[in-house]
Structures are given as structure tokens and as C-alpha cells.
Design a protein around this ligand. Structure first.
Ligand code: ADP
Ligand code: MG
Length: 805
């Protein structure tokens, strides 16, 4: 370890710590002065700084040698432009195409900032790097580890997948953290002794994604924890200059560094882009044919949801196309996700089916093809997906599959964004129908059929929720043919049901559709097993299937049944669910058109009649709580002094009313006065709420800090009980928009877990992991937070790593 270059000589004998520090400070002071001078003279426009060596007088020897030993010599354009400005302390909005080296453009300034501030482990958190996904955070961390290896800073990865407490212990000593926003917020809110009050520099990679609706609440809350006087760097291939975003991060006069804004294309020039028009029902055939024809390649196939990914992966696996298949989505266990990314990284030939969880930033080496089997939600997503190939001077090819109804709209969107794309046709002889194989398989394996049904439902839902109706035309798609192309015996019936959820999804559009988060939240088991066509022959497999999925289906099913009486057929802004299929002689409560004959009907006082057409409904009659839904609303009365009952709002005498002036005027007056009142009250409420929140947090942190200081005597449970103080604690531990945090929190609610039908990759990996035992840390000073030390050796390595400074 070239300790010299790090300015931190390695002591031969037991050092006197303070003495050493003094020496170091003095020497560093002189060096720093020189650095500052060199930085002030940097001029990115001069065109003189082309290599990292040209930069060497303006950066620390540690960074310079880290870059050198990682074989980075020439700077890319964005690095040339952004690094000097960032070194000068400017806030930066950086934009450059995918694969053009943005990571180093922010990592070098991060290391340098802390170096010049002479940051030590005692100074706490100095730099925070936000990533929208765990995979990208891991990758950034790896690059940081490489180029920062000669520095003495401690760096950690905070992405969840472990309990808060486990992460918390080591977090407190970290200087640089790479993290996902939601998880970071959790720690800032809940971890005793951890704060960001000293933060020097904040980085947002994939900044436009982090600033969008999916992360809004987490990011806004996070920023409240950060000091205003800090440097902020934002990077993306699709950077937005939104003023509101700048305001949210309190950026003042940022430098806009856009190296490709005059380029003729928004995508790398080494990328060839094509599209194929293939009707939805033929999509899987086309995809299978493509994979068969390219078994010697490395391919990523993007699909719109985790369920699509699972079904396509499982069914293609049965078909054995002759290329190793992998699949990745946000609902997999963290260990499995990492293992799969590693495997695909290392693979020479492989086909990875994935959601948008790897659409951004991930730098898989040597990907030949990016296939977008499901159309991306917008042109920006398209740019990021295809950006997984043709990275940094290498070549790549991309193919987009479009249904005829999507062609015109989508191509218009792409042209508008300067994306050069050409139409191609699939060779007739390369076409291969797998519909029959899928039908056979779905018949043989009820589990696969079940996955198919879920995939179907999630696809219809994603199309329905897409915002761009010029591209996604729900009614133009042939849903029956699509269902049958998946091998399903019938089309799962779907219905858009009005409900809260649609608002939630609309407010966080990316959560619902593209699936960084892969929340898979609502439709697990939405398939209604009772609605199967009566004439269909029930096989023993069908019965088995029903049994297998009983626990998954029952809660959802009963909800559907109970809500039945309240649904209406307003399909406009509805939410998808399975429509309850009524038997022929049943009563159609949904529309009220069918004659009521066989079922028992009870008037409960509400607007609707309660129809007892099933055992469940009969049972519900016994439950006060359930029946409360069906009773009409009661009204509240007030009593005057004479004991007479009045409605709370009673109409005023018309004469009196008229005397007070014209109605319009009165209304306006009332509105004005109420507006003022509400505004005032709102400000007060917000202030109060903020203050309360802060007080509670401080209190809890203080108490936990005391407990920690108090040491062994304290029941470790106390801290956990303390969580009860924060009314938002549970909410925070729930999955955030845009991020799957299902396994992030220690107070994890019992996950709705479907039974396992297939051997899960994570099973092998868990086992492998266990047999390998604790992973040994590399002897560097950069310490990973994502691994719990499992052996004494680990613990020692960890301590050594920290103290090695
Ligand atoms: P972006 O964030 O712009 O998509 P990355 O930072 O992930 O791009 O870099 C893409 C690839 O280019 C990575 O494999 C990285 O190692 C490589 N790279 C970046 N900068 C340089 C450089 N100066 N010299 C050589 N390779 C580089
Ligand atoms: Mg990047």
C-alpha cells in the first residue's frame, strides 16, 4: 500500500497518535496550498487537460495513483469538462450519453473534496452518493473502492437487505456513503449518533430519476437532514434542468455541463438501433426465435414487470433454447440479485430477462444485444435501456419490439429525442411458434399457468396505467389472442376497479409501471379461481393448482367478494382487478340488471341491497364490522337547549339569506375568508408537525445514544421499543416508491409470500453463501457495510481497516 502517496506514512512502531497527526497536518498544509493554486488555474475550456496526468497537480497523489493503477489514463469528455469545475467547488448539472464515464466525473471530485478538507474518520459523514437502485449503488461503490484505494477514508454501502441495527453500528464511522435514498433516510431518522450535519458534498447519479415522483418524498425528507452549505453534483444521460429540482436541492447558479448537447443523436454512435413490428400475440414467438438465433451472444431482454420476467424466464427455461438464462427483478432477495448481476457480468454468453431495475447506470461488460420486448414507458427509459450496450467505445445493438398499435406513437417519441432507429423484419424461416409448447407446459405445470396468469394481468395493468395514450392503446390490443399465446386456457377476466390504489400509482407513476421498485404490490393472486369456465374440464392438476394457491388467493378473493356490492362499472379511471364471475342464475349486483331470483337479499339501510349469494356472504352477516360497510351512513345530530334534535347543518331561512346580499357575493366572501384561514392554519400545522417530528427524533436519538453509551446493562430490546415513539417509523419502513424495500427493515411486516413452485435461484445462493462462510474483506481501508462480520477474523479485519488510517 503506497502509504506515502496517501500522505499517511505507515508507522513502524506503535505511534504516538497525536504527534503523528500534528506532523501530518503541517506537511499537508503546504501541499494543500499548492493544490488550491493548481485548481484555481484549471480551465476546462482551454482543452489542455486531456489526461488524468494533466490533472495531477490539481488532485491528490492518492487519487492520481488510484486512477493510474485502475488503468484510467485518458479522460472522457464529461470528465474533462466536469472534474475541473467540480474541483473548483461549483455545483454541477452534468449530462453525457450512457457509457461515457460519468461515474469518475463525480467520484474524483468527491475524494478530492474530502482530501482537501483533511477529512478523518473522526469527522463523520463527508460525502453522500445517491443511486436509484441497489445494483447501481454497488457498482459505484466498487469503482470508488478501486480509485480510492490509496486514500484513508472509510466508505460504506447502504442499500438495505440487512436490518437497520446491523448497518447502523458501522455507519457512524463512515466518511463516504453510497446509498439508495429511502434507506439513507431511514438511517438519518432512526440511527442514534448518526447525522449528516457535516456533509461536504452530495452526489445524485441518475439525477433525473432520483428527482422524479417515485423518490420525491424520500429525497425531500433526506435533504432536510443535510446542511445547506454543501456542494451538489447531479449527473444523468437524460438530465433535466428543472428549476423546481434545483430549488428542492437549494442549488444556486449551478454549472450546466452538457457535452453532447449538439450531437446529432442522443444515443452512443457505436450503437445500432432497430425495431420490429410484432403483434402482441406473436411477441413471445419473435423473442424466442431471436434468442435461438443468437445463442452465442450476451443479451439483455427488458420486460415491463417482475411477473413478466418470471413467466418468460420459467417458460423459456423449459424450452431450453441453448443459452444460459438468467432473470432479475426487484422482488428477488438481495443476495440473489447480487449473485445474478455478478454472473451476468462474468458471462460470455447469456440471456438476462430483467425489469427496469437494471435499465439505468449498470455497466455490464460486452453486452451484444439489448432487446426491449415490452415497449418502454417513454423515450428516456428507452435511452437508458439501450445504454446497457455500446458502452465506452464498444459496439452494441438494440432491438425494440412494437405492437402495430404502438409503432407510430413510439417512433414519433424516439425521433423527437434524436434517436436514430430503423425498421427491420424478421425472416420468415427464423419464425417459430412456441404457442403450442406453452399450452402444453401450462397444462402440465399448473404453477407455470399460474405465473402466466399473473404475467397477463400485470401486463394489462401496466398498459392501462401508461400515461402516454398515444403510444399505449389498451383497446387496440388483442388480449384474448395474447392470453392464448402465453399458453393460458382462457383469458383471465380483468376489471378496472375504482379505488385508492390508482391514485397512489398515478402519483408515483414509475412505481406502478416500470419496475425499479418492482413492487408487485396488489395483484398477487388476483386470479379468481372460481371464474373458470364451467364447461372446461377440471383436471386433477387444476385441483392441485387451486390447493397450492389457496392461501395466496383467499384474502384477495374475499376482499373482492365483499367489495362486490360497492363496485360500479365506471371503467374510466379504474384500477385493475379480477372481475367476480357470477353464475348464470346469480344476481348481478354490479350492474343490477339481472333479475333477482335465487339469492337472498337483505336491505340494510344503505343505498344498496345486500345479496347473500355465497357462504362467505352469509358468514359476513355475523360480523358487525363487515356489515358496517353495507349499512347506510348514520348522521350526527346536535341538541339545542330545549332538547330538540337538529342536523349539524341546517338550511338558513331564505329571507334572512337574501337580506345579507346577493348569493354570489356571499359565496365569494366566504371563500376568501376561508382561504385565508386555511392558509394560516396550514402554515401553523406544518410548522408544528415539523417541530414535533424533530423533537421526537432528537429525543429518541438521544435516548438511544445514552443506551449505547450505557453499554452492556441495557436491554437491546429497549431501542426497538423506542421505535414506537416515532409514529412514522412503520411508514418509513414500508417500501418507498421507486425502491423495493420489502426486505430492508427490521420491523418488516410479514411478506405476502407466494408458495414456491420453482427452485429459486436464491435457494442455491443462500446455500452456497452459507457454505462459503463469512466473506473476507480485502485488506483495504474501505469497508463494506453490507456484510455482517461473521467470524472473529472478519471483526478483526474490520477493526484493522478502520484504524489503519
Ligand atoms: P456512465 O455513467 O456515463 O454511463 P460509466 O461511468 O459507467 O458511464 O463508465 C462506462 C465505462 O467506461 C466503464 O466501464 C468505465 O470503466 C469506463 N471508463 C470511464 N472513464 C474512463 C476513462 N477515462 N478511460 C477508460 N475507461 C473509462
Ligand atoms: Mg452512470
Amino acid at each position: 500500500m503506497p502509504a506515502k502517496t496517501a500522505g499517511k506514512p505507515k508507522p513502524q512502531h506503535k505511534p504516538n497518535k497525536t504527534e503523528l497527526k500534528k506532523q501530518k497536518r503541517k506537511r499537508d498544509h503546504e501541499d494543500l496550498h499548492k493544490l488550491e493554486e493548481a485548481i484555481a488555474q484549471l480551465d476546462p475550456k482551454s482543452g489542455k487537460v486531456k489526461t488524468f496526468a494533466d490533472l495531477s497537480s490539481a488532485i491528490s497523489p492518492a487519487t492520481a495513483s488510484g486512477l493510474h493503477s485502475s488503468h484510467f489514463t485518458n479522460m472522457t469528455e464529461i470528465q474533462e469538462q466536469a472534474i475541473p469545475l467540480a474541483l473548483q467547488g461549483k455545483d454541477i448539472l452534468g449530462a453525457a450519453k450512457t457509457g461515457s464515464g460519468k461515474t469518475l466525473a463525480f467520484l474524483v471530485p468527491v475524494l478530492e473534496k474530502l482530501y482537501r478538507e483533511q477529512w478523518t474518520e473522526f469527522d463523520g459523514l463527508g460525502a453522500l452518493i445517491l443511486s436509484p437502485t441497489r445494483e447501481l449503488a454497488v457498482q459505484i461503490f466498487e469503482v470508488l473502492r478501486k480509485i480510492g484505494r490509496h486514500h484513508a477514508f472509510s466508505a460504506g454501502l447502504v442499500i438495505g437487505g440487512k436490518s437497520l441495527k446491523e448497518e447502523a453500528e458501522r455507519l457512524i464511522r463512515m466518511n463516504i456513503l453510497v446509498c439508495t435514498p429511502g434507506r439513507m433516510l431511514q438511517h438519518l431518522d432512526q440511527t442514534a449518533g448518526f447525522d449528516a450535519n457535516n456533509l461536504q458534498i452530495l452526489v445524485l447519479d441518475e439525477a433525473d430519476r432520483i428527482m422524479d415522483l417515485g423518490f420525491q418524498s424520500a429525497v425531500d425528507a433526506l435533504v432536510e437532514h443535510l446542511p445547506k452549505s454543501r456542494q451538489t453534483l447531479m449527473f444523468s444521460a437524460t438530465q433535466s434542468k428543472k428549476v423546481s429540482d434545483l430549488a428542492r436541492l437549494s442549488l444556486k447558479d449551478p454549472e450546466y455541463v452538457s457535452v453532447h448537447q449538439d450531437a446529432t443523436t442522443a444515443t452512443p454512435t457505436t450503437l445500432q438501433q432497430h425495431y420490429i413490428v410484432t403483434p402482441l400475440p406473436e411477441k413471445l414467438d419473435t423473442l424466442y426465435g431471436f434468442i435461438k438465433a443468437n445463442v452465442k451472444s450476451k443479451i439483455i431482454v427488458f420486460l415491463s414487470s417482475g411477473k413478466q420476467v418470471r413467466f418468460v424466464y420459467e417458460s423459456f427455461r423449459h424450452l431450453q433454447p441453448g443459452i444460459p438464462l438468467l432473470h432479475l427483478h426487484g422482488r428477488q432477495k438481495q443476495v440473489a440479485r447480487l449473485e445474478i448481476t455478478n454472473r451476468f457480468t462474468a458471462a460470455k454468453t447469456s440471456c438476462l430477462f430483467a425489469t427496469d431495475v437494471v435499465a439505468r447506470g449498470i455497466d455490464f461488460p460486452a453486452v451484444d444485444w439489448v432487446i426491449q420486448a415490452d415497449c418502454p414507458e417513454d423515450a428516456d427509459t428507452y435511452i437508458h435501456r439501450v445504454g446497457r450496450t455500446a458502452r465506452f467505445q464498444s459496439n452494441g445493438r438494440a432491438v425494440l419490439f412494437l405492437d402495430p398499435s404502438e409503432e407510430e406513437g413510439m417512433i414519433k417519441r424516439l425521433e423527437h429525442k434524436k434517436i436514430p432507429i430503423q425498421k427491420v423484419h424478421v425472416k420468415e424461416k427464423k419464425k417459430k411458434s412456441i404457442k403450442n409448447n406453452l399450452q402444453d407446459m401450462c397444462f402440465k405445470f399448473p404453477d407455470l399457468k399460474y405465473l402466466g396468469q399473473k404475467a397477463f394481468i400485470s401486463y394489462t395493468r401496466s398498459i392501462h396505467l401508461q400515461k402516454d395514450k398515444e403510444v399505449f392503446k389498451f383497446d387496440d390490443l388483442d388480449w384474448d389472442a395474447y392470453a392464448s399465446s402465453l399458453g393460458l386456457p382462457g383469458t383471465p377476466q380483468i376489471k378496472f376497479q375504482k379505488g385508492e390504489d390508482i391514485k397512489r400509482i398515478k402519483n408515483a407513476p414509475r412505481q406502478g409501471m416500470s419496475s425499479d421498485s418492482e413492487s408487485d404490490m396488489d395483484l398477487d393472486g388476483a386470479y379468481d379461481k372460481k371464474k373458470k369456465d364451467k364447461k372446461e374440464v377440471r383436471t386433477k392438476y387444476d385441483k392441485m393448482f387451486e390447493r397450492t394457491n389457496q392461501d395466496v388467493l383467499s384474502s384477495h378473493y374475499s376482499k373482492l367478494v365483499l367489495d362486490g356490492g360497492k363496485e360500479d362499472d365506471d371503467e374510466e379511471d379504474d384500477f385493475l382487478s379480477v372481475k367476480r364471475r357470477l353464475n348464470d342464475d346469480d344476481v348481478d349486483v354490479l350492474t343490477g340488471t339481472a333479475p333477482i331470483n335465487s339469492a337472498k337479499v337483505i336491505a340494510l339501510g344503505g343505498d344498496d341491497l345486500y345479496v347473500v349469494d355465497s357462504k362467505r356472504r352469509e358468514k359476513a352477516l355475523q360480523s358487525k364490522k363487515k356489515m358496517a360497510k353495507f349499512r347506510g351512513n348514520s348522521s350526527k345530530l346536535v341538541f339545542d337547549e330545549e332538547g330538540n334534535a337538529h342536523e349539524i347543518y341546517e338550511l338558513q331561512d331564505e329571507e334572512d339569506f337574501k337580506q345579507q346580499g346577493p348569493a354570489d357575493e356571499q359565496r365569494q366572501k366566504f371563500l376568501d375568508s376561508e382561504t385565508v384561514r386555511v392558509k394560516e392554519a396550514d402554515v401553523d400545522d406544518k410548522l408544528l408537525a415539523k417541530q414535533r417530528k424533530r423533537e421526537k427524533k432528537e429525543k429518541r436519538k438521544a435516548r438511544e445514544a445514552m443506551e449505547m453509551a450505557g453499554g452492556e446493562g441495557v436491554d437491546p430490546q429497549l431501542g426497538a421499543n423506542g421505535d414506537g415513539d416515532d409514529p412514522l417509523a412503520l411508514l418509513r419502513s414500508l417500501p418507498m416508491a421507486g425502491e423495493d424495500r420489502s426486505d430492508d427493515s427490521d420491523a418488516e411486516p410479514p411478506k405476502k409470500k407466494a408458495k414456491k413452485w420453482f427452485q429459486d435461484d436464491s435457494d442455491d445462493e443462500d446455500a452456497k453463501k452459507k457454505s462459503k462462510g463469512g466473506k473476507k474483506k480485502k485488506g483495504g481501508k474501505v469497508i463494506e457495510v453490507d456484510q455482517e462480520p461473521e467470524t472473529l477474523e472478519d471483526l478483526e479485519a474490520l477493526a484493522a481497516g478502520l484504524l489503519d488510517g
